[in-house]
Design a protein around this ligand. Structure first.
Ligand SMILES: Nc1ncnc2c1ncn2[C@@H]1O[C@H](COP(=O)(O)OP(=O)(O)O)[C@@H](O)[C@H]1O
Ligand SMILES: [Mg+2]
Length: 341
């Protein structure tokens, strides 16, 4: 897959383009009320007591608004944010530098916190719990342990894979919020809001259609909106109608359920090569020439969510709904090449 996936929830370059579609307050943040309500209370309580917020763990699939929430938190508390990412934080010295520079109440944001090196993670425990870091200077006989006192900061961790977090790290977060896929109604609100900000004219039913195909993910909804806008401009006098959405997304290989070629390839592989499953993730990754983590973190969650894929002790299975969606009669003879795709 040389081409970037249009519907992946993972951030891509153009997502960062101006104007920012990122809501910057909880009032503007659409949906996720199970997170927004308790977070609002925690923020207000901390602010009224003039105390830093407790450490916050945000988990859920890519593109649902974790980074956005980290920035909303820093705005609400009126503090600075220092952003790092788990895989990039490789040296203890780098972490020390970041931690010792934090001001009282600052947000220290660590994206993909499940990818932190275990050796680095060890330093975070006392930093989170007691706001100190122990640092060994010199080597051999002259080695000494220095104990640095930090200012009280708020660690905001984001992860797509909360299950991969170690227990000691997880336990040090006072506030843990799980983001879920958005309903089509909420996503429609996201599309209409973005269209307003980007000054794109769009009808209610066209917005609903984009929302339906955006796999529960605001980042995907915004990306589809941009593709549809391009198509409308070049092929349809700029007007975004339901038919234009349909044609634009068909051109991108995105079907009515919001699945793209890789989603369909995964399901077809299970059905055609493994007789519907169960099949292990290693075998699927090898057959599809994709990494396991791409399949597990990016492709599978939504297929599981909409009930096209089932995880069983023996491996992944395609469900009846998947067969129906792909127009394959269940019990298709093994090895028989299927049409479509
Ligand atoms: N609740 C929301 N309301 C409106 N737009 C949102 C919301 N959550 C996310 N978005 C949009 O989706 C994009 C991706 O969100 P982001 O916070 O980067 O996701 P994550 O960090 O979980 O991968 C943001 O730039 C923003 O435009
Ligand atoms: Mg993010």
């Amino acid at each position: 897959m040389a081409r970037e996936r249009l519907i992946t929830g993972e951030a891509q370059l153009e997502d960062e383009g101006a104007p920012s579609l990122r809501p910057d307050s909880l009032t503007e943040y659409i949906g996720q009320l199970e997170v927004v309500r308790p977070l609002h209370i925690a923020l207000e309580a901390a602010r009224q007591r003039a105390e830093p917020l407790e450490h916050v763990l945000l988990h859920g699939p890519p593109g649902l608004g974790k980074t956005t929430l980290a920035h909303i938190i820093r705005r609400h508390m009126d503090v600075n944010i220092v952003a790092a990412s788990g895989p990039a934080l490789k040296r203890a010295g780098d972490l020390m530098g970041l931690l010792t520079n934090l001001k009282q109440g600052d947000v220290f944001f660590i994206d993909e916190i499940h990818r932190l090196d275990p050796a680095i993670e060890e330093y975070l425990y006392p930093a989170m719990e007691d706001f100190v870091v122990d640092f060994v200077v010199d080597r051999g006989a002259s080695a000494r342990m220095l104990n640095f006192k930090l200012r009280r900061f708020t660690l905001v961790g984001a992860t797509t894979m909360a299950g991969l977090l170690t227990a000691p790290l997880r336990d040090r977060f006072g506030l843990v919020y799980r983001l879920n896929y958005y309903s089509p109604e909420d996503l429609r609100a996201v599309v209409l809001r973005s269209a307003r900000l980007l000054e794109i004219g769009i009808g209610e039913d066209a917005a609903s259609e984009i929302a339906r195909r955006a796999r529960g993910t605001p980042r995907v909804a915004n990306r589809l909106l941009r593709r549809v806008r391009d198509y409308a401009q070049v092929e349809a006098d700029g007007e975004i109608t339901h038919a234009v959405v349909d044609a634009a997304l068909r051109l991108e290989g995105i079907d009515e359920a919001g699945l793209d070629a890789l989603d369909r390839a995964l399901l077809r592989t299970i059905i055609d090569v493994y007789q519907g499953g169960p099949v292990g993730i290693e075998a699927l990754a090898a057959t599809l020439n994709e990494t396991q983590s791409t399949l597990v973190e990016v492709v599978e969650p939504y297929l599981l969510q909409i009930g096209f894929l089932a995880r069983t002790p023996g491996g992944r299975k395609a469900t009846l709904a998947a067969y129906q969606h792909l127009h394959v009669p269940p019990g298709t003879a093994p090895g028989q090449p299927s049409l479509g795709l």
